[in-house]
Write a protein that binds this ligand. Structure first.
Ligand code: BV8
Ligand code: ZN
Length: 276
């Protein structure tokens, strides 16, 4: 049965040498970004197989670009919440509380593609922040022999997508933008795509992430339903190597009753109460 004793958690935290944080959509919920599977979650309205897979892209780039344009504009006004700021502080040795400043490495692997953790910490993804599913505002050229990959925050990313509402039929989005009007590469004129990891694609920096999980002695699992692999298996690797697991969630999810610590409630409140 997981403990919710903060003092016991602090003892584990202060003696940890390598901390892995794995976060999901629940961390950004308080910033106004819909989660995927929670009540009113985005996937309830759309079929993820239609909108976030390589086959969907190959079938209809217009449909997928409309969905990602819609999400870029949903995320654009969002600000980091208290949960992001508490987790950003832990990344900074000088700002940490309860974590040994210089002898502990902290890596935050987020499934979120909203970039809010980077905004809160004031630093782009690096060795400490890993956006394993990519970022909504990164685009990459689809030509295999072209290296064009940039951050693009244009609003809209191309004129044709401006103002297009995502028209959702029975689980489908009706294409209203011609392929020729979608974003194209300025270097080779091929089509650009969102630089995010779709279902069936290899998560970013996954070998590095697995090595970090295998050497971590504490894993914080924050705001994720732990349904999507391989992210959902990372805390199990930490446990398998004798590490401790602490879950921060609104509800008991996928095996969180096997965690060492479980802090139930909004993570933007619980993270500050337990870690702030
Ligand atoms: C891969 C980017 C191979 C795009 C995303 C059959 C069985 C098992 C696995 C598979 C299978 N078939 C296929 C697979 C593999 C598949 C997978 O896991 N499918 C699932 C659906 C079964 N995985 C893949 O395809 C991955 N690739 O496996 O490649 C490989 C592996 C290793 C090495 C080499 C090759 C790629 C997966 C990436 C997909 N892309 N996003 C986009 O966003 O459009 S995933 C998408 O789901 C988001 O990134 C999201 O973050 C992620 C997970 O969802 P959550 O973040 O957990 O969000 P959710 O809504 O589910 O949960 C929110 C939670 O927060 C809830 O628990 C809620 O209670 C809580 N909450 C809400 N508010 C708060 C809160 N908690 C605290 N405070 C609050 N305020
Ligand atoms: Zn190109």
């Amino acid at each position: 049965m997981p403990s919710s004793n903060v003092e016991d958690f602090h003892d584990v935290l202060s003696s940890s040498k390598s901390i892995l944080i794995v976060s999901g959509a629940g961390l950004s919920a308080a910033s106004g970004i819909a989660t995927f599977r929670g009540t009113g979650g985005r996937w309830r309205k759309y079929d993820p197989k239609v909108l976030a897979t390589l086959s969907a892209w190959q079938e209809n780039q217009s449909r997928v670009w409309q969905f990602f344009h819609y999400r870029r504009e949903e995320v654009r006004p969002a600000q980091p919440n208290k949960g992001h700021h508490v987790l950003a502080q832990i990344l900074m040795p000088s700002l940490r509380k309860g974590v040994a400043p210089n002898t502990t490495t902290v890596t935050h692997v987020t499934q979120n593609i909203d970039g809010l953790l980077s905004s809160a910490s004031g630093k782009e993804p690096d060795g400490q922040i890993i956006e394993m599913h990519g970022n909504l505002f990164d685009v990459v050229c689809t030509a295999h022999d072209c290296d064009y990959r940039v951050k693009n925050t244009d609003n809209p990313i191309c004129l044709a997508l401006g103002g297009t509402e995502v028209i959702v039929g029975e689980g489908n989005v009706e294409p209203v933008v011609k392929r020729v009007d979608l974003p194209h590469c300025p270097k080779c004129q091929q089509l650009l795509r969102p630089d995010v990891v779709w279902f069936g694609e290899r998560p970013k920096r996954i070998q590095e992430i697995l090595q970090i999980a295998d050497s971590a002695d504490l894993c914080l699992v924050v705001g994720t339903s732990s349904l999507v692999q391989p992210a959902s298996k990372l805390h199990e690797r930490v446990r398998a190597n004798g590490g401790k697991v602490a879950v921060f969630n609104m509800e008991v999810v996928n095996h969180s009753d096997e965690a060492d610590f479980l802090f139930l409630g909004p993570c933007e409140v619980e993270l500050e109460r337990v870690l702030g």
